[in-house]
Design a binder for this molecule. Sequence first.
Ligand code: PGA
Length: 259
Amino acid sequence: MARRRPIMAANWKMNKLVGEAREYVEQLLPRIEGAGGADIAVFVPFTALGEVARLTEGTPVVAGAQNFYYEDSGAFTGEVSAPMLLDVGAAAVIVGHSERREIFGETDEMVARKAARVVSAGLLPVVCVGETKEERDSGGMWEKVSRQVRAVFEYLGDETSGEPIVFAYEPVWAIGTGDTATPEDAQDATSKIRGLLGELRGEDFAGAVRILYGGSVKPGNVGEIMAQEDVDGGLVGGASLEAESFAELVNAAANVESG
Ligand code: PGA
């Protein structure tokens, strides 16, 4: 199977003021000039989204949001909709990050509704799935992850192809802990996810979906993670906060395809 085009994605989480975001983009762009082999996304806070989208327009970098709400408008105080994201130039959005699920109580159903709305809006969703330490230790990794993946397909239209959907396998115990999954763990989970996608929507669909790994990805481990057959990129928190280190990750991902 031809290797899918890699994606390297930065998740800034709740970090960076607009001025810092601007400085980051200025530092990032010259460092990724040779990275034509990868898609690049930077998921930023809502407050910096318009500015980052404006500064990256016409560059290989896509600006994305870290969350949104699936209704388009109305009495949903504090929420931001898909048309609003498009309005400020966003092209992608993270859906169902474990911090949204755990801290803000997002359910599988909410995540599924969001994923479907993102796809219908023409934005690229990065749908996050992953198990906790307790679930992994008790042998429940696949039960949890497969449930999260299946839920997404409850709302997604049958006509949707695989290209417009990205999954990110992010074991909760590896996020922000420095405790990366082994490359074998990353391959095991991503290949199982791809297998399930095949069962649900067929081989062509499964072969086209890009599946990222997230959880303490850094320049020192990105090569071995990206080398895994079913890992098509990374979703990176801590190591994406400095433009220099994120650029290293982007360049590593870009080299996988051409290598
Ligand atoms: P981390 O975060 O790279 O800091 O572990 C990844 C994520 O939460 O997306």
